[in-house]
Ligand binder design. Structure first.
Ligand code: C2O
Ligand code: CU
Length: 530
């Protein structure tokens, strides 16, 4: 039987209603059902992940020991605690903070159970019956690290083992995050909760007087489905022996692990570090009643200048750093709304809209808000096309041979390496999206700049594999003129990025950050050559 990606998606949402797909192994079978349950929004206060303390450390380096395990945690006032996976007993995990230039070493202790809570698809590469069902490997997303500490998908460990990583933090202040990356089950480990923030600070940023702690708050946005007992549900596909579904779209939004929470704020400026850690959902976030968000940073750190925005678009894996000014808004309730279609940009899936609410009902703790958003933030020197020594054209495409699977450049993960940049060189990657959906493309080990996006004739490309542009190129807008590690690649466009490859030579990966795609061949190795 053959299904298209959209067909599987439709059939699988129906399948989600059957108890078979529900995460409730220790519950009575048959009693659970998919949550059509309406959860009251804005009844839980926003949790802020605590900052984890190093177990040892001198001036030059800090050592952490962080344990992955299963536990129960409340996600909403009206739900019993949910079975989750996380770090040091919390989902999201605790925030790691690092200073630029100061080495951090971490022991990631895998204390997870031996059986997965969600249906593993053993047909996927690297997730066969010959490997342990539960595996994990932690990747520092946005970190410039050596291959051996990168959390390569094949470097997983099973429960009872420990992964050791070294993070040199030789990069500007930025909002990074850590998450699981195990081959073939990343999407399932992510739903269970294996993610947390990793924030790098540096003196240049500290000098700017941007809103700082406690007015600097990370916000991780994730979508989920809960059954009536408060347990996670993840759909399965229509074919019984291959549960993989092409995308996961939840019906409920969590911020920092709580369903649509609220935050009481003072009438002053706040800095929010938004992270979209959802499997496949794109968010378009705006404030109601309307008020601008001032974007100051992106994946790799601060922008050169602040960008006024009415809405923030966040693809899976992406970070946006933004300042919201609540001064003069005393007494107001301001709601953060999502408005993005799923799949983005043209799908007809359900859109959970209520992300969280800000309530301006706390008095100013100091008489004056002395923070500011200066007109110049950081030095971001644009790379010029002439600096590139090589241009690669890479396609995002459906695999004609398999149900709903997507490929990079027509190749599978296990095919020999084709992207092999030389360390110290600059390349242009032209990513041609021949599918009908947006894909967020992420490169490990580096940051890059967006050059432009340009529409092309997809039908013609399919026939002749030739790219014929039908519009003018759209240069990177101000909010994307910074250092990126993930880029939105819209359908029927060539997205061009310019990438300085420098670091420690070795094997890394580049992939789509829609985790269902990543788990099913939309990921490729790349080799950083000496
Ligand atoms: Cu955030 Cu390769 O991943
Ligand atoms: Cu994708």
């Amino acid at each position: 039987m053959k299904f298209t990606r959209r067909e599987i998606l439709k059939l699988s949402s129906a399948a989600a209603l059957s108890p078979a797909c529900l995460l409730a192994q220790d519950e009575e079978p048959g009693l659970t059902q998919l949550s059509g349950i309406r959860l009251e929004p804005f009844v839980d206060p926003l949790p802020v992940p605590r900052i984890v303390k190093p177990v040892s450390g001198a001036a030059g380096s800090q050592h952490y020991r962080i344990t992955l395990s299963e536990f129960r945690q409340k996600v909403h006032r009206d739900l019993p605690p949910t079975i989750l996976w996380g770090f040091n007993g919390a989902m999201p995990g605790p925030t790691i903070t690092a200073n630029r230039g100061q080495t951090v070493t971490i022991d990631w202790v895998n204390n997870l159970p031996l059986r997965h809570r969600l249906a593993v698809d053993h047909n996927l590469d690297g997730a066969g019956k010959n490997v342990p069902e539960v595996r994990s490997v932690i990747h520092l997303h946005g970190g410039h690290v050596a291959s051996s500490s990168d959390g390569n998908p094949e470097d997983w460990i099973s429960p009872g083992h420990t992964q050791h990583t070294v993070y040199p933090n030789n990069q500007p202040a930025a909002t990074l995050w850590y998450h699981d990356h195990a081959m073939g089950i990343t999407r399932l480990n992510a739903i269970m909760g294996l993610a947390g923030f990793y924030i790098i600070r540096d003196p240049e940023e500290d000098r700017l007087r941007l809103p700082s702690s406690p007015y600097d708050i990370p916000l991780v946005i994730q979508d989920r489905i809960f059954d009536a007992r408060g347990q996670l549900a993840y759909p399965v596909g229509p074919m019984s022996d291959s549960p993989w579904v092409p995308e996961f779209f939840g019906t409920t939004i969590l911020v920092n692990g709580r369903v649509s929470p609220f935050l009481d704020v003072e009438p002053r400026r706040y800095r929010f570090r938004f992270l979209n850690a959802s499997n496949a959902r794109v968010y378009q976030l705006s404030l109601v009643p309307g008020q601008p968000l001032v974007q100051i940073g992106t994946d790799g750190g601060l922008l050169s200048a602040p960008a006024q925005r009415r809405a923030l678009l966040l693809v899976p894996g992406e970070r946006v750093d933004a300042v919201i000014d609540f001064s003069g808004r005393e007494g107001r309730h301001i709601t953060l709304m999502n408005n993005a279609r799923a799949p983005y940009p043209s799908g007809g899936g359900l859109i959970p809209r209520l992300v969280m609410q800000f309530r301006v009902r706390r008095p100013l703790t100091s008489p004056l808000d002395s923070s500011e958003v200066p007109p110049r933030l950081a030095q971001v020197t644009p790379l010029r096309e002439e600096m590139a020594v090589k241009t690669r054209r890479l396609t995002l495409q459906e695999d004609p041979a398999a149900n709903g699977r997507l490929l990079l450049n027509g190749l599978r993960y296990m095919d020999p390496v084709t992207e092999d940049p030389v360390n110290g060189s600059i390349e242009i990657w032209e990513i041609a999206n021949t599918t009908i959906d947006t894909h967020p493309i992420h490169l490990h080990a580096v940051h890059f700049q967006l050059l432009d996006r340009r529409r092309f004739d997809v039908a013609r490309q399919r026939r002749t594999s030739e790219i014929v542009f039908t519009r003018r190129a759209i240069p990177a807008p101000p909010e994307e003129q910074g250092w990126k590690d993930i880029v939105l690649c819209p359908p029927a466009h060539v997205t061009r990025i310019i990438v300085p490859f420098h670091g420690e030579p070795g094997r890394f990966v580049w992939h789509c950050h829609m985790l269902e795609h990543e788990d099913n061949e939309m990921m490729r190795p790349f080799l950083l050559r000496p």
